[in-house]
Design a binder for this molecule. Sequence first.
Ligand code: CP
Length: 339
Amino acid sequence: MNFVGEHILSVAQLNRADVEEIFSVADIMTPFAHRERVTRVLDGAILCNLFFEASTRTRLSFGTAFNLLGGSVIETTDMASTSLVKGESLQDFARVVSGYSDVIVMRHPIDGAVAEFAESSRSPVLNGGDGSNEHPTQALLDLYTIKKELRARKKDLDDLRIAVIGDLKYGRAVHSLIKLLKLFRNITVHLVAPPDLGAPENVIADLLKAGHEVQHFEQLAHGIQTVDVLYVTRIQEERFSSSAEAHKCKGLFRINQAVFSQYCEPDTVIMHPLPRDSRDAAQELSVDLDSHPNFAVFRQSDNGLIVRMALFALILDVENKVEDHSAPVGWFSDAKKWD
Ligand code: CP
């Protein structure tokens, strides 16, 4: 695909070559993300962040990525502070906001709302998560992380064996990741979910059609054996009809040091898109694994910056100009440690 000026709404838009192109531009972005060099390649450009659901990583990493490329960020984090609450349509909203910005990231609680907004936008729109539908940039950073972690183990994305664990019904990050995996060869996916929270048929259909192996598990101990990657997700309480319903599903699957040592292969990579639910009732991924060398969760969130910088560079057609507008940093060198 030619990324220039394109919306990124779903992983279904991408083929394998597109994903590999994003990853190679991400590699170029790494010294800039790590503040070893600075670039002003997007000087004068404006990102508009529209986040109508809570977010830590997606909003802040998109904003930071744009700033690190030399651009400026405007944003709103609350629908109630926009004129959408006065009856303004998404179409009018898109026409107006796209006049104020060169690229837009939107998170919206309703499935398909970001795509609807994009239809009327004059600037490219990136889907920062729409309802329980998709979270395409999360899946790209997840896959980039898996590739890097596996490279250190002399493995690749082809032949990947992955267990995805937790709320596979409502988890948009896991939907995008599962759909993206179909692009690789000989993938094995273990779907480990409580009975009512399995992955929707449409999410796994293409994976099955492409001949990959998909196995369903309701027992954590069975599902997490013989895989290269554990991808743990939280119960998406905000999508349930009530907090009480969500609570019935919490705490059913808990990965901790003891479970990992008993059932997983020693070099299995541990991932989570975050946020993890650290409240007593949940704890799907225990902090007692945080210092384990296979715990890639914060490398994963750091990679969000790199991959989102790559997407901006490709969409705004500056991926080959980043070095021309760059310089060594003068203010900061070794203060922060990157894994
Ligand atoms: N992974 C993710 O989407 O995190 P936030 O909800 O904090 O953006």
